[in-house]
Design a protein around this ligand. Sequence first.
Ligand code: NDP
Length: 487
Amino acid sequence: MTDTLAPVKPARLIINGQAVDAATGRTFRTLNPATEDVICDVAEAGPEDVDRAVQAARAAFADGPWPRMRPAERQRILWKLGDLVLEHADELARLETLDNGKPIFESRQVDIPMVAGCFHYFSGWATKLTGETIPVNPAYFTYTVREPIGVIGAIIPWNFPMIMVGWKCAPALAAGNCVVLKPAAETPLTAVRIGELGLEAGLPPGVLNVLPGHGTVAGAALVRHPGVDKITFTGSTEVGKTIMRECAETVKKVTLELGGKSPNIVFADADLEAAVRGAATGIFYGKGEVCAAGSRLLVEQSVHDEFVARLSDRAKKLVPADPLDPKTRLGALVNESQMKKVLGYVETGTREGARVVVGGQRQPVNGKGWFVQATVLDGVDNAMRVAQEEIFGPVLAVIPFDGPDDAVRKANDIFYGLAAGVWTKDVKKAHAVARRLQAGTVWVNLYNFYDPGMPFGGFKGSGFGRDLGAESVREYSQLKSVWMSIE
Ligand code: NDP
């Protein structure tokens, strides 16, 4: 495979503006999912390192320049970090692809612009986080101010390791907070590198600390630490529940973006060619390891057979290949256990009565790697496990429906509520269905679109709070009401 052997330097923790080893000296190895080779050693943060990082962030928040500097200066530093991400785009994209297994096309052409876009977009919010004057009584001058919360613990997953740094850190920093970031142990490399670039951009020591390590050790220590004021988390529902429980102990604020099982609804009157492309992108982009993946394809009965045939032709052409090849569109799943979980769901679906129309197998590339074929399961009933549970791989469950009411009923008959897609040429139907769907994001005649300015987050079991947009900056700030007697 291309270029995988070029060495990657070992990654260290970033605490108080310094790259350091773990207090215990322990390291772990991060693997390339496409080749199963070791990429490099990574310092493994433990509770002592979490404590060091939180103390550094607390000191930076209490006494350092970051929350006190002119907002325009914070803006300048965050903008510069966005520029540095673009300057190091090739290096960061390669690291992301090596660590995660996603196609370099995605890392370089989609993830990099999003990460840089987050730092650029949110830098502008540093100067725009305003309060209000409120007319209570002429005897008082009454107003609100938005203040940073303090120390934010950010715990992020392995599916979009670099994008999540942008989604979580850019708004938190713009609002004047200090951050302790724990990337997923599977994919720590780009977070550490962006932490280094943050220092180069001029972030003062302690403002952005990065702690690669394991969730049950470093992540849990961060969640429990009394010096952390808020946890922002993206990941599995199970860990989200644990974090919510733990946060109660120290009354930490919490934002959770958990999984999804999003319906992508195709009406018979849709532009079917566009809908086929949208259905394929909805599930196969990012190998289906995407929280908002359109993993339940609801197809109107009258076009079901034709649609499944056209979609299957498309899926067959999507062959797993070397993620570093710019032409590749289907990479390797993040690790062996995720691959086994995904293949296990294909078996479960078959046992439940679904039919594998295409794919369903592991397909190594050059004899190696955790690659799974683009898979379409037809004949799925919405009550089956493959329709209700998050598979998190390139496996699509196709469910027929009969008319808008049936579509909405099936779409909403699920624990999750992260996103949904609607394909139709009928504008009234599109608006009416979008309004009835229980989902934080609805895409009409497109799928999987994101922008730093557009809020993203869940209804129902998909969590609460919002990443991105003005909403997310507000979530990293708190409101103070000031009363002043003026008579
Ligand atoms: P997790 O929820 O375990 O991982 C997400 C992050 O939480 C990682 O940084 C992880 O650390 C950390 N973490 C794990 N346990 C704890 C804990 N007790 N306290 C604090 N932090 C913790 O996701 P998995 O990697 O286990 O993936 C399992 C499933 O979750 C996937 O198959 C998928 O269904 C879903 N998922 C959903 C995502 C989404 O975007 N909504 C993203 C990723 C997964 P570490 O990795 O180092 O253990």
